[in-house]
Design a protein around this ligand. Structure first.
Ligand code: CO
Length: 471
């Protein structure tokens, strides 16, 4: 036998694990004491930023997300830090002009990010281009990412073509991102084998335990040649999170792979996070129901977070008896919209539209502005073309954009800098405002008044609105 093949690990406890289990509410204070230990485990990367962390920091935790990043870098200087970036949307909910994308990537790299995992909700590679170029300029790693979904058009051949395109664009690595936890071992194996035949780039697989199948899928994709998997340290694993780091490390090592993790350090970190988890369970931030697998995602092909969102929308409308009808409506809306992957913001758009169609009793009687914008191409290209009749029915003669949406956006960083004025002390502050105009400005205002008048600076803890990330 030759040399053992290495399997790499990305630890998600600092980002996706708590985003998935408890709406991204882990504070920096809870991370700090254990960062030096995590730094010594030997992870290929620590996913610690991006996704919903930035939003949660300023909206709920009143933390400066940039300071969080710098502090993590300071306490874990030896492990590459990784973030999740939503292409041209960055971490916000609209398309930004290229100069804002470039500035955001530059500042993220400067403050500590080494690996940028970049995806687009529609898998429209044109929406990855500006972020990719910006990452290349910093010399950091650009990990281009497939938003994995299932539908009659999302075949292995579809993903193969996508990865060929990403490889040609200059990706440094490829991630298969299964945000809904619906990648089965059989499909995962087939997908990785196919992708390995068209690219030499390392393939990283990201999935969730939502449906209860993730660790089987990891074993299958590793056997098929994937280089690295995303796992969460045991106290923050399973449920809607990732498989447990220690368990995957042990079984893969036993199966003959080289696993470079220090199991003693891992145990030390796990003991620490068990206490942290208990605290969040006790104060209700973490709900026990998030810890139980829900195979309905496999049946309905709808991410777990979307199911609970639709449930609460129906509950608010006193229409819980229509839950089954809404579930049946989702695939129909999705087909009408050209089979978008069910990931932010499309998951919310499709879920809300399906709910409105059922509640109104007539399909598309009410249509959100977001869906209208999507139909005219403002988010990019749908995986398959939307029929002209359907589009016309909803948006009339509004012209359709067929170029990269951001081509139509004039540079805006200077304008945003002027708008926020003295509230921003540096370019990082301008980016807080750029990404979250309302909440970001509030955060900067409160920070300013806290500095000038410390007594007024204590912000009452707001009751968190639970927004479970779909990403
Ligand atoms: Co995820």
């Amino acid at each position: 036998m030759g040399e053992l093949r290495k399997v790499g690990f990305t630890e998600t406890v600092l980002r996706d694990a708590h985003q998935s289990l408890m709406a991204t509410r882990m504070t920096l204070a809870d991370m700090e004491p254990i960062l030096p230990v995590l730094d010594q485990v030997g992870f290929d990367s620590l996913e610690c930023w991006g996704g919903a962390t930035f939003d949660a920091c300023i909206r709920f935790l009143k933390e400066n997300p940039w300071e969080r990043l710098r502090r993590i870098k300071e306490l874990a200087p030896n492990t590459p830090l990784q973030m999740l970036l939503r292409g041209q949307n960055l971490l916000g909910y609209r398309h930004y002009a290229d100069d804002v994308v470039e500035k955001f990537v530059e500042k993220s790299a400067e403050n500590g990010i080494d690996i940028f995992r970049i995806f687009d909700a529609l898998n429209d590679c044109r929406n990855l281009a500006a972020a990719l170029k910006a990452v290349k300029k910093t010399g950091k790693e650009a990990q281009l990412t497939i938003a994995y979904t299932t539908s009659e058009v999302h075949t292995v051949a579809y993903y193969q073509q996508l990865v060929e395109e990403m490889t040609a664009m200059g990706a440094d690595s490829i991630c298969i991102k299964d945000m809904a936890g619906i990648l089965t071992p059989t499909k995962g194996r087939e997908l990785v084998l196919t992708l390995k035949s068209v690219t030499d780039l390392p393939i990283i697989v990201h999935t969730h335990c939502t449906s209860g199948i993730a660790s089987m899928t990891y074993q299958a994709v590793i056997e098929a040649g994937a280089s690295r998997i995303d796992t969460a340290i045991s106290p923050f694993s399973e449920g809607t999170s990732q498989p447990a780091t220690e368990s995957m490390a042990l079984v893969l090592q036993e199966a003959g792979y080289q696993v470079a993790l220090d199991l003693e350090k891992l145990n030390e970190a796990a003991a620490y996070f068990r206490k942290i988890k208990d605290k969040y369970l006790d104060n209700g931030t973490l709900e026990a129901k998030m810890l139980t697998p829900d195979p309905r995602a496999l049946i309905y092909q709808v991410p777990g977070g979307m199911l609970s969102n639709m449930y609460s929308q129906l509950s608010a409308a006193n229409a819980l008896d229509k839950y089954e009808a809404v579930l049946q409506e989702v695939p129909k809306v999705r087909a009408d919209l050209g089979y978008p992957p069910l990931v932010t913001p499309l998951s919310q758009m499709v879920g809300t539209q399906a709910t409105m169609n059922v509640i109104a009793g007539e399909r598309y009687q009410m249509v959100s502005n977001e869906v209208k914008a999507y139909l005219v191409g403002e988010y990019g290209k749908s995986p398959v073309a939307i029929t002209e009749d359907f589009r016309r029915q909803l948006v009339g003669d509004t012209p359709v954009i067929d170029e990269r949406p951001a081509n139509r956006l004039a540079p805006e960083f200077a304008k945003l800098t002027a708008e926020i004025g003295d509230l921003a002390e540096n370019e990082e502050d301008v980016l807080i405002y750029a990404l979250f105009p309302q909440v970001g400005k509030d955060y900067l205002l409160k920070r300013q008044s806290a500095t000038s008048n410390p007594a007024e600076g204590t912000v009452a803890k707001e009751q968190p609105i639970k927004i479970y990330g779909f990403i």
